[in-house]
Design a protein around this ligand. Structure first.
Ligand SMILES: O=C(O)CCC(=O)C(=O)O
Ligand SMILES: [Fe+2]
Length: 511
């Protein structure tokens, strides 16, 4: 019998491999070492003329004694109180405003390492932030008895400890969770490593841990609070003043907007202004119901010109409203505004029913694109079947200042059941809408049938065709109309595409 077909017995070694690979389905801690550039060990501490320096990779016992004496006695949390009790914790601490270290935990890649080690499944997709919390020096005989870390903020989920290669013995960190234990003796691990390394250990907040007594030397650490974060913040830093490009300058946008709103000929009776966002935001490529609604924290991440516009609108005491805009593949397109993202995965209806569900079950409101100025055109029958079930009950007339670009959309996947079932995409773009009061009193929107109070459609009115699209054959009526014609064409293309790909995005972006 060829040896390859012989059955291999389940040996302890095979079991070990199996357990190693599938064991720790939900790890409670992760640890290791990381080589970092030499200059990242340079610690400055103390204030003003008292500033001092120590290299944490080559430090002498005297320089570490000096660091230790610059620390205060470390406190800890007990029953909602911060207490100093050296029979429970004996260590030195230094607050973050008293030291500076070039080591950057995000740039070092350690956050990603920690994420991979600690998080599995869907949680791995979450954004994780690390906030530097303290520097600690555990001198000879220092220790920290078993405890759990006090959560600082509702979104904190764990701690990350970095141990520097300063000579010491003892001071192992012991972690215990659900009957399991992990001992991380950084002194030993680092002493056997030839290169300049730090040791790291990260664990969830519900993990009990203790630092055993330091037998000799100095154990120097920095600790970080780990928290669930939103996508990286892109909002302008406070104190920024952009002069150019003009669209990014809040004061420039604000002054143009205020002049426009002061003009009595501009929307004399008030109305709703629509702006497509100009920047792309880090929304998931394909959204599903388990993810946070894209609109929830978008206001905080607005960048550049979008942030400038938002601020400019607020400065006029008007309310900027971020909304999702769905454009159907129907011709002329039916445009629907939503104030939240919906999870269409539960749909088992036909494709046409998307519009019906949005409008009738999910609070969607029709949007009718309006031109500025008095309409020169008369409505004509657009061939809609007036009995179509998705006719909107409510609508908002929107004067689009600029259109919604492709790249700031959110896409969800669902199964569309028609003659055959197929994967379909619900694609929404993001717009900023503003209800504006009549000339002379722009903040009074009580009589405006806008986003705040959409108008109820008359029975014979059909929703979501723009003035221009009703009059497709009226060409050369002026620039405005041409623009709109173009837009209509482009939008149809997009609707066919469903999910746009990266290349499309690039192309659009360069335009
Ligand atoms: O230094 C360590 O390894 C852990 C320290 C600790 O438990 C804490 O600061 O809460
Ligand atoms: Fe702790």
């Amino acid at each position: 019998m060829p040896s390859s077909s012989r059955k291999y017995p389940v040996t302890p070694l095979l079991n070990r491999l199996r357990n190693t690979l599938s064991g720790d389905a939900a790890p409670f801690c992760t640890s290791g070492t990381l080589e970092i550039p030499e200059q990242h060990f340079s610690l400055w501490y103390g204030l003003g003329n008292d500033a001092r320096y120590v290299d944490l990779s080559t430090s002498s016992s005297e320089s570490l004694d000096a660091l230790e004496s610059a620390c205060e006695a470390a406190t800890f949390g007990r029953n909602q109180e911060t207490v100093l009790d050296e029979s429970y914790r004996k260590a030195g601490k230094m607050d973050t405003n008293k030291f500076s270290l070039p080591f950057d935990v995000e740039k070092s890649g350690l956050i990603d390492v920690v994420k991979t080690g600690l998080l599995i499944g869907e949680r791995e997709q979450n954004y994780v932030g690390a906030e530097l919390y303290k520097l600690n020096v555990y001198g000879k005989d220092a220790f920290f008895k078993p405890h759990k870390d006090t959560p600082r903020g509702t979104n904190m989920f764990g701690s990350l400890v970095i141990v520097f290669p300063t000579p010491h013995e003892g001071g192992a960190l012991i972690l215990r969770h659900e009957g399991k234990e992990w001992i991380f003796d950084a002194a030993q691990v680092l002493a056997s490593s030839p290169s300049k390394r730090i040791a790291y250990v990260a664990f969830f907040s519900d993990v009990e841990h203790e630092v055993t007594r330091v037998l000799s030397g100095h154990r120097v650490t920095i600790t970080y609070n780990l928290y669930w974060a939103g996508p990286p913040r892109v909002a302008p830093p406070p104190g920024l003043s952009v002069l150019h490009p003009l669209r990014e300058s809040p004061s420039e946008v604000e002054s143009i907007l205020s002049v426009l709103l002061a003009d009595p000929a501009f929307l004399p009776d008030g109305g709703t202004l629509g702006f497509g966002l100009r920047h792309a935001y880090p929304f998931p490529r394909v959204w599903d119901g388990s993810m946070e609604d894209p609109l929830v924290s978008l206001e905080e991440w607005l960048k550049g010109g979008d942030a400038a516009l938002f601020q400019a609108v607020e400065a006029q005491s008007l309310e900027p409203l971020l909304r999702l805009v769905y454009e159907s593949e129907l011709c002329p397109p039916l445009v629907i505004m939503m104030d939240h993202m919906i999870d269409p995965s539960w749909w088992n209806e036909t494709l046409e029913d998307v519009e019906y569900v949005l409008l009738h079950d999910r609070g969607g409101v029709g949007l009718v694109a309006k031109q500025f100025g008095p309409s020169r055109k008369k409505r004509r029958d657009n061939g809609y079947d007036s009995d179509r079930v998705f006719r909107a009950r409510e609508a908002v007339d929107v004067h689009w200042v600029n259109k919604c670009e492709k790249w700031n959309g959110v896409c969800s996947e669902y199964i569309a059941y028609g003659n055959e079932s197929s994967i379909a995409y619900l694609y929404m773009r993001i717009a900023l809408l503003v209800d504006v009061g009549p000339a002379g009193n722009r903040t009074d929107i009580s009589a405006v049938q806008g986003v705040h109070s959409p108008r109820i459609l008359e029975d014979d009115e059909r929703i979501a065709y723009s003035d221009s699209e009703e009059d497709e054959d009226e060409e050369e009526e002026g620039e405005e109309d041409e623009d709109e014609e173009e837009e209509g064409e482009e939008d149809e293309d997009e609707a066919e595409e469903g999910v746009e790909d990266e290349e499309d995005k690039e192309e659009e972006g360069q335009r």
